[in-house]
Every structure is written in C-alpha cells, then in structure tokens.
Design a protein around this ligand. Structure first.
Ligand code: ZN
Length: 504
C-alpha cells in the first residue's frame, strides 16, 4: 500500500496549526502533484524534494505521486513542508519505516543536495507541538529557537539523510538546547539629568501602562527618555516573552534566542509605510506595533507620520490585537504595546522656549498640531512638555539621575496593588471597572467636571484622567484618590489636547 502520513505545521499569524501531509503512490504515468491549496512556494517544493531525495542516494519512485496537505482550507506558504513531503514519499515507497513517523513532527526546507535549511515561525510550531504529545525535528539552524519552548523534545538535523537515519533507528539526532541568556546592558535613567516632570511621567506611564506624549524642542532628550521606558517595566513573564519572541519568529527578521527575554523597544521612522507599521503583505507579516508587543513603540515626529498610518493605530491601542485582511485570508497578530509619541511644539520646534526663537504664527502652530487626529491624541493618557535643559544641567559634574532599578521597584509595587484590586493594569480598566476603582470625593468630582468643561474633553478623556489619577494614588500607596492625585493627573491633559484639531 503506497500511502504515508507525516505531521507538519502551517503558519497563521503567530499560531502554528497542525497539517497532515498525506502521500499516495498510485499506478499510471510518473508524475507528482500537490493538492490542498498550495501556494507558489509549495509547488516549487516538488523540484527541491525530487533533487534532495536523489542526492541522498534514495530512489525517487517512478509512480504517480499525490501529496495532500490537509486541512485544505488552511493557507500554506514557505518551504517548511519540504521535509515532511520528502519523508512521506520515502515512507510510502518503503524506503523508511512508516510507523516511525507517528510520534514525530517535521519542519524544514530542503536544498537541492538534501541539506536542511532554516525556516521562520519555528518557535510557534514548537509551542504548538508541545500540546500534541509528539516530538519535533527541525533544521540545525532553527534548534536554539525551537528549544525556547521548554515543554517539547526538539531534535536537530543537518540533512535529509540524518532524519532518515533517525527513522530507521540507525542514529540518534542531537537534542536542541536553548542558549544561555546574554546580559543586555540597557540604557538607564541614571543618564537622564534634570527633567523632573518627564521622569515622573515615565514612572506613572510604567506603573499604570499608560500611553505617553512628549512635547518639546529638538534635542531636549525625548528619544533619550522614551528609550528608557522598557527598563522601568517589570521583567516580562515567560509567557509574555514567548509571545513577543513568537512575533519576531514569524516576522522574517530573525529571532535572537540569546536575548528573547528582553522587552522590545521599537522606533520606526516616520517615513515607514502603513504596512511596515501595522503589518500586512501577501503572506501577512507582523508590523512594528506587533514587534513591540509587551514592550514600547516609540513614534518620534508624530505630526510627520502619514495620517492614514496613524489612524490604523486606534483599534490596536484599545484592543491589543491587530487583524490583517488580505483577500481570502485573515491574520491576527498581538499588539499590546505601550505607545510613547514625541513631537515638537510647533513647526520650527521652539515655541515656548525661553530663548524666544520661535517665529511661527499661531495659525501655523494650530495647523501643525491638527495633523494629529483628535481621537488618537485622546487615547494617549499623559501629555507632557519636555523643556530644553539649561546648559548647567548638562555639565559633566551635574548630579546623576535616580537609577532605573530604584524606579522599577516602585513601579512593581504599584502594579501589584493594581493586580490585587482589578486583575489588570489601570490603563486597561474598562468603563465600569474605572467607575468602581476610581471614586472621587464630591469636591474632587466637581473639580474634574469643571476641568472637562474648560478643556472641552470627551467622556473617554475623563475616564483616562481617572485612571491616571488612580495610578498616581497607587504609586503613593493610597487607597483613595486624593485631590493632589487628581490635580496631577489633570496636569497631564492640559497640553496638546486643547489644540488637537477637529475630531475625525
Ligand atoms: Zn516655532
């Protein structure tokens, strides 16, 4: 009976659904067809598989070969099915034992001489195999990445011949091991001199998971500040780090298994396309917002960004996921990032500076700020001015700032309070939970309502102010929100929001 079944894995978003590779050898003229919605790359597999089998000194059966990739409705791209297809043909023609295939899954692209080449998306596959009770064989170059999934046995091979030797019981394949984590010497808040207000806002952002907008002249240190936010966040849990690593694994940019525990900091340039920012393409790949999953996305020069690209951010900012639709297929990627945006206060960058250098008309300033949509600004909880520092603050003997580790300890304490109370960070509380967790004294409620009126803020903004006030109270280890907490939170909505331009 010329039939064999091999287990493989497809790639869909950051999931790796199971695929059965069925190979049937029948009578008739020698031919090979692959069915089950294969894309161009899978059809090319035919030529690679034939050459690899012949180069490995096996016989390519002169039969009518039918390869079925099931389920048929699952999109399948890339060369990842080369190895399972080749093994299926060898098993169906009796050259390797069919029963030996049962407990294994295989992923790998074949070169013409039978060497195994690495593919992307191996980590999601390894995570998925862990639940199946089977073991996994991957190309040698993918071994370290696959081994990050600690609940599955992963073996590595360099060639098709080595895999066949495993199946015939003639040799063992080496077990993949995860590399030791390389210490990443991140940037530290110690290097930030002065900027007390911005430091405070970063701490609040880190504590409550709030998005942040920095407004200041060129060279005032906006990038310096933003790049230090990941270092203020608690260490990512293993589950979080694996999700972030899985995004990188399917992105085609290469995942470095030696520093997968580090929270990402992504800072795409403002000329980046909407696809680069949110993801897309024929075989959908994650964009910058997903690469920043569980980390920080820094958008500098916010008014220079393509407005349409920024509009797409609104949905993932709320939901933490992005759905990419391309023709018949939909891909979902996680995008639970913390946004830090930065902008100059006016076209020349010097509005409000003590030097009086700014010559921009109030009209020009209004037009400049109106380039950012109101609804996007509305979703950013903390807006702060970052002034240029006086030269004295930049002298080499100026006092160092408080180190990141000390700030992170306070952030972790405030986060523990939030998780005990609502099971999530303050920034992610829904409307009902916000009303329950953020009760104000009557006098403060009146103060908040007056401020909402004066600043023409939306109901959404009001909830955001309450959540920021809650975080400030948590940093203060205070069960109730006091007047000082509320007034500080209001201060972070005073700039930018007023001149936000028309809502769209
Ligand atoms: Zn100006």
């Amino acid at each position: 009976m010329g039939l064999a079944l091999v287990h493989g894995r497809a790639r869909a978003g950051i999931r790796a659904p199971a695929v059965q590779v069925e190979v049937h050898l029948g009578g008739g003229l020698p031919s090979m067809s692959i069915v089950g919605l294969p894309e161009a790359a899978v059809r090319e597999a035919k030529d690679r598989v034939r050459a690899a089998i012949q180069c490995a000194q096996f016989e390519f059966p002169a039969r009518r070969i039918t390869v079925n990739l099931a389920p048929a409705d699952l999109p399948k791209g890339g060369g990842r099915f080369d190895l399972p297809i080749a093994l299926g043909i060898l098993a169906a023609s009796g050259q390797v034992p069919r029963d030996a295939l049962r407990d294994w899954e295989f992923i790998g692209e074949l070169g013409l001489t039978g060497e195994l080449r690495p593919v992307d998306g191996v980590l999601p596959a390894a995570l998925a195999v862990a639940g199946s009770g089977r073991r996994l064989v991957v190309p040698m170059a993918n071994g370290a990445e696959a081994a990050l999934s600690s609940d599955v046995e992963v073996r590595t091979a360099r060639t098709l011949l080595e895999v066949c030797a495993l199946l015939t019981g003639n040799r063992e394949l080496p077990q993949a091991t995860a590399p030791a984590q390389r210490a990443v010497h991140g940037v530290d808040m110690r290097d930030v001199r002065g900027q007390a207000q911005a430091r405070r806002a970063l701490e609040i952002a880190a504590a409550g998971g709030h998005h942040l907008l920095l407004i200041g002249p060129p060279g005032c240190g906006k990038t310096l500040l933003a790049s230090r936010l990941p270092g203020l966040l608690p260490e990512a849990s293993e589950a979080e780090a694996l999700e972030t690593a899985a995004v990188l694994s399917v992105s085609g940019r290469g995942l470095d298994p030696a520093c997968w525990r580090t929270r990402p900091f992504r800072s795409p340039h403002h000329t980046a396309s909407a696809v680069a920012l949110v993801g897309g393409g024929g075989e959908p790949r994650p964009g910058e917002i997903s690469l920043a999953h569980h980390g920080v996305l820094f958008l500098d020069e916010l008014p220079e960004w393509d407005r349409r690209a920024l509009e797409v951010l609104r949905e993932p900012l709320e939901s933490g996921v992005v759905t990419i639709s391309r023709a018949a297929r939909q891909s979902e990627f996680p995008a639970r990032f913390q946004l830090v945006a930065a902008m100059n206060p006016c076209p020349c960058g010097w509005a409000g500076d003590v030097s009086g250098r700014c010559r921009c008309s109030s009209d020009a300033i209004r037009r400049y700020r109106a380039r950012i949509s109101g609804p996007l600004l509305d979703r950013i909880d903390l807006h702060i001015d970052v002034p240029r520092l006086p030269p004295a603050a930049l002298r080499p003997d100026a006092p160092e700032g408080e180190p990141s580790a000390a700030i992170r300890a306070r952030v972790e304490a405030a986060r523990a309070i939030q998780h005990a109370r609502g099971g999530t960070l303050n920034a992610r509380l829904d409307q009902g939970a916000t009303m329950r967790a953020c009760r104000l004294q009557p006098r403060d409620q009146a103060l908040l309502e007056r401020a909402i009126d004066a600043l023409h803020l939306s109901a959404r903004s009001m909830h955001r102010i309450l959540r920021v006030a809650r975080t400030i109270a948590d940093l203060d280890n205070s069960e109730t929100i006091a007047t000082a907490h509320l007034t500080e939170a209001l201060g972070y909505r005073g700039v930018g929001a007023v001149d936000a331009g028309p809502a769209c």
